[in-house]
Write a protein that binds this ligand. Sequence first.
Ligand code: PRP
Length: 211
Amino acid sequence: MVKVALAKGRLEEEAFPFLERCGFRFEEKGERSLIVTDIEESLKIFIVKPADVPTYVSSGVVDVGICGTDSIVESQLKLIQPMKLPFGKAKMVVSGFEGFKMKNGSVTVATKFPVSAKLYFDSKGVDVKIVKLNGSVELAPLVGLAPLIVDIVQTGRTLRENGLSILDEIYPISAVVTLNDVSYRIKRGEILRFLERLERGCGREDLDRTR
Ligand code: PRP
């Protein structure tokens, strides 16, 4: 049985229909169930907070993680990423009011993603003060907490409805598969069969083998 940590929320909602396209079948799951096993008992899925997926994978509690690129970047863990998946598409972006101008090469940025924000502003040689928030980040420029935010944009609706614009794109996001290296050595055959099923569900054109 392959053990999988799956990011709860938006990704999870897309992941189950995708896994069904790959041929896995599930009983109706309870809304608060944290462990889901498929009918043929080849998969045991743990539903966890997106930011915790890399921790479950690196600790070896699970063999495989499915989460967004952002969770991997923020974890700062070096994890094997054999495959991008064809859902969870979004972008990590810098946003603020249109026409924002930086003063003295330094800026305050509100974000749920401090690692991504720091990497971006460091790469631009900008001295950045990061205000870590846990949600509703788009509020920060509106109330004067920070003129800029670094956040995920999917449909762009939240930015639009709050009068903010994308000022720069940092990196594209999609759901990705990550592997625990020890599990991969011990359960190689089983994990490869699982990846092949995902691959078939992706359709060849969507598969992007990065390693
Ligand atoms: C995420 C993200 C943006 C929004 C983007 O927040 O942080 O706020 O979704 O989506 P959109 O481009 O489709 O509008 P989430 O909905 O997870 O809620 P949060 O603000 O409480 O973190």
